[in-house]
Write a protein that binds this ligand. Structure first.
Ligand code: NAD
Length: 295
């Protein structure tokens, strides 16, 4: 293997690139931000100051960038410069339309391309326990799999181009909706005089059971590791949840799919972030729901 180029060394990309180094791979990294390049260099990534320099000699390129516009801009610059057969993997969470455009750019240039967004957050990125949901041709996926395994615990091939992004936004729409449902139940339980622990003990072993309750309980106490016990410090910031809910709604509009609860979840997270809470963990929306209750 000639080497891996990793573009975007932020909260997720930095630790992911570091895990590739830990696994013994040669990684060249690039980010626009100097301090992030320095942090990656401390983790053993060979860093460079130009995007085009980063891809020299790479047989695999991974991007981990904020949104579709960033991914397309970077791919438009690098794709024409890469040797035919190079594997390009985008791990960012982006809209399905941009993911498809990126695949088209790559395949038209004779490259192998995979969309592989992740679940598991910054802790999963650090601990190499991410779940990757991948889209692309079986041969491209087969080439990507051993590399993704060095950064994650579960790698799922969801289908052709764009299928990874599709799975990611559908999953996160469930998460946004289910978190609001759990928050509403605790809010109502409080008014009915139920203790948090009693509601948790019942719902976590009954039909109300879900990840938002059992792994990420939005009230302090029942799940000690949840952000509710740490003043709603993220975790997964409300602004990122809103980003993903908007991606789901874009896809729902484009395909004419009715997702009324997804629409409402987006509106609620919009109101929460517009009120200045975008940097709060997404489970903190329980405070916003409580504020809407009658005095
Ligand atoms: P981040 O903002 O910390 O990192 C993105 C990095 O991309 C930044 O460091 C930025 O400087 C860099 N960048 C932007 N344009 C660039 C360019 N042209 N060339 C090189 N570098 C460039 O974001 P993050 O939290 O690491 O998230 C990355 C992606 O992963 C996003 O799509 C996000 O939605 C997704 N994601 C994040 C989490 C999370 O918990 N943070 C979880 C799952 C998925």
């Amino acid at each position: 293997m000639a080497g891996i180029c990793f573009i975007g060394l932020g909260n997720m990309g930095g630790p992911m690139a570091a895990n590739l180094v830990k696994a013994g791979l040669t990684v060249t990294g690039f980010d626009l931000v100097e301090s992030l390049r320095d942090a990656a260099a401390n983790a053993g990534v060979k860093t460079v100051t130009q995007l085009t320099e980063a891809i020299e000699g790479a047989d695999t390129v991974i991007t981990m960038l904020p949104a579709g516009a960033h991914v397309l801009s970077v791919w438009r610059e690098i794709v024409p410069r890469l040797a035919r057969g190079t594997l390009v993997i985008d791990c960012s969470t982006i809209d399905v339309a941009s993911a498809l455009q990126a695949h088209e750019l790559a395949t038209a240039a004779g490259l192998r391309s995979v969309d592989a967004p992740v679940s598991g957050g910054t802790i999963g990125a650090k601990n190499a326990t991410l779940t990757f949901m991948a889209g692309g041709e079986p041969k491209a996926f087969a080439a990507a799999q051993p590399i993704l395994e060095k950064m994650g615990a579960k790698i799922i091939h969801c289908g052709g181009a764009g299928a990874g992004q599709a799975a990611k936004i559908c999953n996160n729409m469930i998460l946004g909706i289910s978190m609001i449902g759990v928050c509403e139940a605790f809010s109502l339980g409080e008014r009915l005089g139920l203790s948090h622990q009693a509601l948790f003990d019942v719902a976590s072993t009954s039909s109300g059971q879900c990840w938002s309750l059992t792994s990420y309980c939005p009230v302090p106490g029942p799940v000690p590791a949840s952000p509710a016990n740490n003043n709603y410090k993220p975790g997964f910031a409300a602004a990122l949840m809103l980003k993903d809910l908007r991606l789901a709604q874009d896809a729902a509009s484009a395909t004419g799919t009715a997702t009324p609860l997804g629409t409402h979840a987006q509106e609620l997270y919009e109101a929460f972030t517009e009120a200045g809470h975008g940097a709060v963990d997404f489970s903190g929306i329980i405070a916003h729901l409580r504020r809407q209750s009658r005095e």
